[in-house]
Design a protein around this ligand. Structure first.
Ligand SMILES: [Zn+2]
Length: 134
């Protein structure tokens, strides 16, 4: 079986197109572009409070790659906050599938093809996975 090009999975796409600061002096056209995979890294690590290993598995990438994406994401967000500039989310390298699966045991949502082929949850290895949408 050939190994596909690494796909940086986004477990769930963001619910927004971007963030805009308010109450700042107008005029700056500057913005930071946050990739979906960077959004996802922040969400998994800082919102879902996963450790980097778990998060990297969910995204289908290595732990060092996850750490790099996460670091980039934090720096972009910090820049946006400090300089009061817009954050734009862009598609990036992430793969957004139509088909979402949920693990009945740990409630993880995922779209990782390899895991789906094996009928396994990427986190807890449960085989109780269900297609969320069609
Ligand atoms: Zn699971």
């Amino acid at each position: 079986m050939s190994r596909p090009k690494t796909l940086r999975k986004v477990v769930a796409p963001p619910n927004f197109k971007g963030y805009k600061p308010y109450g700042t002096h107008a005029g700056t056209r500057d913005s930071v572009e946050l990739l979906y995979e960077e959004y996802e890294a922040i969400k998994l690590a800082d919102y879902d409070l996963m450790n980097h290993l778990e998060a990297s598995k969910l995204m289908g990438i290595s732990r060092p790659t996850f750490a790099r994406i996460y670091e980039t994401a934090r720096r972009k967000i910090a820049k946006a906050f400090v300089e009061a500039i817009e954050i734009k989310t862009v598609y990036g390298d992430a793969l957004l599938d139509k088909h979402w699966y949920v693990c009945d045991d740990c409630q993880t949502r995922f779209t990782i093809p390899k895991t789906i082929e094996e009928h396994q949850c990427p986190l807890c290895k449960s085989e109780q996975i269900e297609l969320l949408n069609t």
